[in-house]
Design a binder for this molecule. Sequence first.
Ligand code: SF4
Length: 361
Amino acid sequence: MTMQMPAAPLPRGSLTPKSYSAEEIETEAKRLQKVINQGQLWDLETCKTIAPLTLEINELKRANDVFLIAHSYQTPDIVYGVADSVSDSYSLSKAARDAPQQTILFSSVRFMAETAKIVSPHKTVLHPSPEAGCSLSDSITAADVRDLKARYPGVPVACYINTSAEVKAEVDVCVTSSNYLRICEKLPGDRLIFVPDRLMGKHLTEHLAGRKEVINYDGECYVHATFTGEKIRSWRSRTAEHGIELKVLSHPECDADVIAESDVVGSSEKLMEEALRLGAEGKPDIMLITECGTADRVRAESDNEINLIGTCVMCRYMKMTQLEDILQALRDPHPAQIIELDEEIISRAQHSLNEMFRLAE
Ligand code: SF4
């Protein structure tokens, strides 16, 4: 397994936002407090400290016709303070493609901004934190895929969408957490190579047992690999002693024993929808087995009482982007903050994504 080296962090200077009147700051801080909807952590004074940043970012977006998209795992000040669209990586790439604006600012990790560039090559895609990589995406390079293809000639290769543009360009088809089982079933032959997620590959191996052999790779999302079925069983039995019927919602990047203990398995968007639905149905006791950003969104967007039980894990890559980075990229992007991809890589990666759309039908 090869680790891709993330870009060096940009120098973080003393960036000073524009000056705003006390009244403008007060009004913006109240708006932020309302939309973030987590009064204990994001009280009025905290919101006042970020208000000048969100005011200037929103001003620059309007002035320069920029569409700002943020992954669900970004922090609430970004998700609710400045983003125009918030979702999981797959939906956000479609949002980037369909937005009328010619400039997209993608607040997330690098591979997601690259996917936005692949589906909208004629747009400018800004990525505020070039150093924001991903343990899964960085676990594999294009050369690793070429080696696998040389070792298993003619065997189709499927890659999870959490990969770099260069890796997407080498494979036959991309898949997401919502379609990997369906698409891999349809690939020709009785063998397939699945990269880079070993845990998702494990579910796939079990799902296709007796029908296809799966050649797996050794990458993992360090966030989702943290959870275990044992911890869920322990929470279930403890809460059951108090008459609590715990609903467990988990992401498919988790290990098979976590999936086996879960009531719902799906992308971050699906988990959020399910949590809101359960809350509305009077089933508020929920264990969310994923990155902490999903829990923040459930807290902010639920009209009903929801008790999030157990823990979440924070992704250090996802939390690298701060409002200051976004402001700096909007004011005067550093070359490393502009996604540039070779035309041939774009065209070959587009082919893998188009195959996904075709086979997902
Ligand atoms: S949570 Fe972080 S490490 Fe895991 S797949 Fe997403 S970006 Fe990568």
